[in-house]
Design a protein around this ligand. Structure first.
Ligand code: ACO
Length: 428
């Protein structure tokens, strides 16, 4: 098969290298295009641009495939834990028992948050969105945990990974408790990562929290399914900000800000708000579907559609199954689940959604699962952020090790006025 493609510009031909991935996807390498031809490429939203080569996550949007380091997410969600999957993403291989134990001990060792940071939480307005608080707090971590000259770069990086994975979880639970005016619950070394989080969120001096292993299992699977998704908006933000060689806390903070948006991670909150509106209006989803189809109306069906998946998001299928299992286990009925199923059923028979390849995405069922676990609505995107941390970290690490890495600096086609003279105020 040809290893180059020929581009003809103004009658002159140029050979451009073809790059091929391990799963057969191909790209035209245009790195020298401007140098050789004076041309750049234009690709709004980067929908057709590969920004890097990566060996972390493979997804096939046409066939609904998602694998971390080659392993299907379905298998990881069923058999792995979030800590083990984080290790896999960051280090490239599943850990042996001693490696996993060492990693877990390290996470435990770094689970506490500097006591002086508590005053930060206490001074945010009570109604502040937790994603804004989280991005500020993660950025502030650098001030509390500066680089130490006696550590090697590798030690520093590994400690920073552990701090982020462990402390972000503690900070999320802490901010929730403080927002309620409740006593902060500290992490416990005898609990697993996910059990610890649930305990920090829901334990109280007057009503001890009873850890349910089925809910712990569900939370593990929830976070595994969120752990990476190749070059999505927030990961691209982490890589872009990281390319300026800022510290990792600052790069992750940028990722958290990108994730906050309702077109990205913020969609899990928007989906539940939309389902609640449908419920409040009597439960019939058809008027909402009609609005989503109306080109004059900016309304979209939240939790539907994806830049890459043109079929059912594999994560949505797993989450739907998990929601059913968790609600059954809790012997609870959530009317929003009935509405979600009805909405999906109607949309999936509608030619607009079929023709536009709009299927439920990760966020469609995830909020209903979080409700079942007792997570409040404004914390939903924070839950996504905790899950996406190992992905951001591994993508940042990969970029650091890439010998071809460059500062991210796209170009543009300028469409503004041509050169003109400054006009003094009295002559305007
Ligand atoms: N409801 C109705 N129509 C939609 C929807 C939707 N949810 N999503 C896309 N469309 C339509 C658009 O109106 C457009 O129609 P047109 O071609 O007739 O004008 C067409 O589908 C393509 O839409 P784009 O916005 O160009 O597609 P893009 O790939 O940029 O969008 C996105 C992807 C942002 C996820 C979009 O589908 C959307 O807004 N979905 C709702 C928000 C959401 O669920 N976000 C979570 C994504 S998953 C994640 O980040 C974890």
């Amino acid at each position: 098969m040809a290893k180059t493609v020929t581009l003809t510009v103004d009658g002159k031909s140029y050979e451009l290298p073809l790059v091929e991935g391990t799963e057969g996807e191909r790209a035209i390498d245009i790195a020298n295009l401007r140098r050789d031809t004076g041309l750049i490429t234009l690709d709004p939203g980067f929908a057709n641009t590969g920004s890097c080569q990566s060996s972390i996550t493979f997804m096939d949007g046409e066939r609904g495939i998602l694998r971390y380091r080659g392993i299907p997410v379905e298998q990881l969600a069923e058999h792995s834990t979030f800590v083990e999957t984080s290790y896999l993403l960051i280090n490239g291989e599943l850990p042996e028992r001693t490696q996993l134990n060492r990693f877990s001990v390290m996470l435990n060792d770094h689970s506490l948050v500097h006591e002086d940071m508590r005053s930060f939480f206490e001074n945010f307005p009570r109604r502040a969105h937790p994603m804004g608080i989280l991005s500020s707090m993660v950025s502030a971590l650098r001030a509390f945990y500066p680089e130490l000259p006696e550590r090697t770069e590798e030690e520093e990086i590994n400690i920073t990974f552990a701090r982020l994975l462990s402390k972000v979880r503690t900070m999320a639970a802490m901010s929730y408790k403080i927002s309620l005016g409740h006593k902060v619950v500290y992490p416990r070394h005898d609990l697993s990562y996910c059990a610890n989080f649930l305990n920090m969120m829901f334990d109280s001096p007057v009503r001890p929290y009873r850890i349910d292993e089925d809910l712990v299992r569900a939370l593990n699977a929830f976070w595994i399914l969120h752990a990476d998704h190749e070059q999505n908006c927030s990961t691209a933000a982490v890589r872009l900000v990281g390319s300026a060689k800022v510290n990792l806390y600052a790069a992750i903070s940028a990722g958290i800000c990108a994730l906050w948006g309702p077109l990205h991670g913020g969609a899990n909150q928007s989906v539940v708000e939309m389902l609640q509106r449908i419920y409040d209006s009597g439960g019939d989803p058809t008027p909402f579907i009609a609005r989503a189809k109306d080109r004059e109306d900016p309304f979209r069906l939240m939790g539907f559609g994806h830049r890459v998946y043109k079929t059912y998001d594999p994560r949505a299928r797993i989450l739907e199954k998990m929601v059913n299992n968790v609600l059954k286990k809790l012997q609870r009925h959530d009317p929003l689940l009935d509405i979600a199923k009805r909405l999906e059923e109607v949309a999936m028979k509608d030619s607009y959604f079929i023709d536009h390849h709009l299927y439920p995405n990760l966020d469609f069922y995830s909020g209903i699962l979080l409700r079942a676990l007792g997570i409040p609505l404004n914390m939903f995107t924070v839950m996504f952020a905790i899950g996406r941390l190992p992905g951001w970290i591994s993508q940042w690490k990969e970029s650091l090790d890439d010998p071809n890495w460059k500062l991210h600096r796209p170009r543009q086609i300028y469409t503004g006025p041509k050169c003109r003279d400054y006009i003094t105020m009295d002559k305007r």
